[in-house]
Structures are given as structure tokens and as C-alpha cells.
Design a protein around this ligand. Structure first.
Ligand code: SF4
Length: 321
């Protein structure tokens, strides 16, 4: 089964892209060699317990290549492979707004002069988003007539779990950044890990409700994979954590989607783990098999994105009538 299946029980990003831009669009990774305050000592050393050497993804090219060269190479490869001619450069690794206003602007300007750039996506932490940056991004969005999206790692709404993950930010930081991003007319994508062993299903439901309440435009859901050399790997090897089963991931993903606003497009319902650098990845199953399994379950149980979200909104008042 692919995302093109007509009766998909959630709003897939590919569907949203085609409806919004009238054509196929691909995100292409850009690596600037950005840093993160949770790694360089500003907030902590070594990063979040799950964060590996690449700070988010191993799909990117080397940061020693200029942004223009990365764009050129990736566009040529992806354009030919997927027959696509519209792109969203994605500043993916580490925290890409953890820099001066001038540096951020200079990185982005290198992407916007190409006619095939329809948007820009910028991955960062919720506590690394200033009003000045948002003002500049909002101006840039209008000037170049592109969509600019901030991608915030939230991971979970449970502040106790955030502490265990050593995120060094709270739920409030996410809500604050999300509101300011939306107020400036920018887009928001929220990243979450659905099978954190310290979370209960209620936390997953709460995360979906909060992401919906701040009107995030997109979500990316991940499973908890364990990269070599991380603090999480150490915990796992010492037998200090027990990972959840695949079926529990499916249950949590169904619950999450049910309580997610139907307007939010799902960029990923399970991550693509970097296999060669990981100890544990997606239960040794392909990400698309997990996704297909999830879709089949949702169709079988007659659950769709937003079913619980809508029911929850109306439930008390309906009882009065
Ligand atoms: S905030 Fe992001 S880049 Fe920084 S340590 Fe955590 S996961 Fe890695």
C-alpha cells in the first residue's frame, strides 16, 4: 500500500503538497554544520539522550560543501529520480536558528533565488526562536513569495519525560515558540516520538491535542531508535530501559492520529532510522511496512485522523441537548 491509496485514513504530506502547489514537491536536505546549545555547553554537553552524530539525519551532504553546491547536487539527483521540479530546501541537522540573525539570513538567501524553490524548512529547538528571527523570516516569506516553515522538536508533552530525555526545554517553550511562529504567518511542523517508554498512552493523546491547539501545520512522528554512541545506547546496553513493542507503536500512532486535528498534514508517521549507525531501528522492519500495517488497522477499526479530536470537542455540550 502506498500513500496514494485513496482511502488513506490520514492527511498525508504528499497529498497536501499536491493540493497546495499543484505539483509534486520534494524536500531536499541542507547541512550547514550548525550547532546546538544542548551539545556545545550553553545548555548541556552531549545533547538529548537519543541524538546521534548527525544531529537528526544522515541523509544530508557534508557541510564542507557550500549551500549552493548541496542544492545543485540534491536537485539534480532527486529531480531525476522522482521526476520533480519544485523543491523545499530543508535545513535539517542540529538547531538551525542557533546562530546570529545575519548568519541565518545569509544561509536562507542562498536558497531563495532559484525559481524552483517553493518553500524553505528550518529544523530547530523551541527555545532557539527569537522575535527578530521570526520578523526577518516573515519579511522574507513575503518578499520571495515562498512558504517558510519552522520545524520544532517537541517529542512529548510530558515534562517529566522531557527531563529524562535531557532536552533542557519544557512544554511551555514549545507552546510559546509555536504561538509566535503562527502569529507571524509562518508555517510550523512539530516532531514527536510516539513510543517513549516513560510516556503513557495518555501522554501521546495530550501531545496530539497540544499540537492541534497551537495549529501546527504539519507533524513528523518517529519511533524511538537507538543510535550508536548515544546516552540512550548506554542505557539500553546497561539494561536500564525496556523498549516498547511494535504493536504498542501502532496503538499509540492510531491514538495520536485520532486526536490530531484533521487539518494537520502528516509528513511522517514513522521515521526512517539510520540503519548502519543504529543498534535498534523500527523493530528490524521497513518503515513502510509499519506504516501499511497502521493504515490497515485504522481502516479495519474505522478510525481516521481527527475522529477523537472532533468527538472530544463536542462531547460535553452535546450532552446538554
Ligand atoms: S536539540 Fe536536536 S540537535 Fe540538539 S541535542 Fe537535541 S536532538 Fe540533537
Amino acid at each position: 500500500m502506498t500513500e496514494e491509496k485513496k482511502d488513506l485514513p490520514y492527511l498525508a504530506y504528499s497529498t497536501w503538497l499536491k493540493a497546495h502547489y499543484g505539483q509534486k514537491v520534494y524536500k531536499i536536505p541542507i547541512n550547514t554544520g550548525a550547532s546546538c546549545p544542548n551539545r556545545d555547553g550553553m545548555l548541556g554537553y552531549g545533547g538529548c539522550i537519543f541524538c546521534g552524530a548527525y544531529g537528526g539525519s544522515d541523509e544530508s551532504l557534508s557541510p564542507t560543501l557550500s549551500i549552493k553546491d548541496q542544492l545543485k547536487k540534491n536537485k539534480a539527483y532527486i529531480g531525476k529520480r522522482y521526476h520533480v521540479s519544485a523543491f523545499i530546501p530543508f535545513f535539517q541537522n542540529y538547531s538551525n536558528t542557533y546562530c546570529t540573525l545575519k548568519e541565518l539570513q545569509s544561509n536562507l538567501v542562498q536558497c531563495v533565488d532559484a525559481v524552483d524553490t517553493v518553500g524553505i524548512s528550518i529544523a530547530t529547538r523551541p527555545d532557539c526562536v527569537t522575535d527578530q528571527q521570526l520578523e526577518m523570516l516573515s519579511n522574507m516569506q513575503q518578499q520571495y513569495k515562498i512558504d517558510i516553515c519552522l520545524e520544532l522538536g517537541l517529542q512529548t508533552s510530558n515534562y517529566k519525560t522531557l527531563r529524562i530525555l535531557q532536552r533542557h526545554h519544557g512544554l511551555g517553550d514549545y507552546i510559546d515558540a509555536a504561538i509566535r511562529i503562527k502569529e507571524k504567518g509562518l508555517m510550523l511542523c512539530t516532531h514527536t516520538i510516539l513510543d517513549l517508554p516513560w510516556d503513557e498512552r495518555t501522554d501521546v493523546k495530550e501531545t496530539a491535542s497540544i499540537i492541534s491547539a497551537v495549529s501546527s501545520d504539519f507533524v513528523k512522528c518517529h519511533s524511538l531508535y537507538i543510535e550508536k554512541g548515544t546516552k540512550l545506547a548506554q542505557l539500553y546496553q546497561d539494561g536500564k530501559i525496556q523498549l516498547l513493542e511494535l504493536q504498542e507503536y501502532i496503538e499509540r500512532a492510531i491514538l495520536f492520529l485520532s486526536f490530531l486535528s484533521p487539518d494537520i498534514a502528516v509528513q511522517r508517521i514513522i521515521g526512517r532510522a539510520p540503519k548502519k549507525d543504529s543498534i535498534v531501528t523500527n523493530w528490524n522492519t521497513s518503515w513502510w511496512k509499519v506504516r501499511d500495517n497502521l493504515i490497515d488497522e485504522m481502516l479495519k477499526r474505522k478510525i481516521w485522523q481527527g475522529k477523537g479530536y472532533s468527538a472530544n470537542k463536542n462531547r460535553l455540550i452535546e450532552k446538554l441537548s
